[in-house]
Design a protein around this ligand. Structure first.
Ligand code: COA
Length: 164
């Protein structure tokens, strides 16, 4: 059976924790669509195009992974893609309640959709995109938290923002 899964998120920016989930889900499902959410409740630092570009470069060696963005409801995007599986990562038990609510709500919106939860690798359980941005903003080391590509782009964008 061929299985198509959507891995949605804000990816602002993508971290090693996100990549861990992408790599592992690419081994479980026959195709994985990494979907960058455009209409976020949070104010994003990177534009959707920048986030898609970074993720495309980071997953360029994974043949069954594609990256795109979406706006509107996640279930509507999944339906258009003909995907019935949503992948989400949880880093700690504190993530569970939020994921539980989203999984139920998405299933209420579309009975055909199932959410598969993966445990984020232990090494990445304390990472969040906001923490990465905050550490980088104050000159801290983020080498263990994000891939070198993201580190360089983030530092250069922060420098640009400071100059303005
Ligand atoms: N490793 C490390 N960090 C991770 C992670 C992992 N595996 N998975 C999530 N995170 C972090 C993210 O970096 C992010 O950190 P931040 O808050 O500091 O930015 C945080 O966990 C949550 O991020 P994310 O997984 O991107 O979820 P989100 O809550 O930002 O986005 C969507 C969730 C986009 C899937 C959801 O809002 C959505 O579906 N939106 C579309 C509208 C919709 O359909 N709404 C109804 C939903 S029921």
């Amino acid at each position: 059976m061929r299985t198509l899964a959507v891995y949605p998120g804000s990816f602002d920016p993508p971290t090693n924790g996100h990549l861990d989930i992408i790599e592992r889900s690419s081994r479980v499902f026959s195709r994985v669509i990494v979907a960058v959410a455009v209409n976020l409740r949070k104010n994003a630092f990177f534009t959707p195009a920048e986030r898609v570009r970074m993720l495309k470069r980071l997953t360029s060696t994974m043949a069954n992974v594609e990256v795109t963005s979406f706006r509107g409801l996640l279930v509507d995007f999944a339906r258009v893609q003909e995907a019935h599986i949503l992948v989400r990562g949880i880093r700690a038990i504190s993530d569970f309640e939020y994921e539980y609510q989203m999984a139920h709500m998405n299933r209420k919106l579309d009975q055909e959709i199932d959410t598969v939860i993966m445990m984020t690798g232990e090494r990445h359980s304390a990472i969040s995109s906001n923490i990465v941005k905050e550490i980088a903003q104050f000159g801290g080391k983020i080498d263990d938290l994000v891939p070198p590509l993201v580190r360089d782009i983030l530092i250069s964008k922060l420098k640009g923002a400071k100059r303005r």
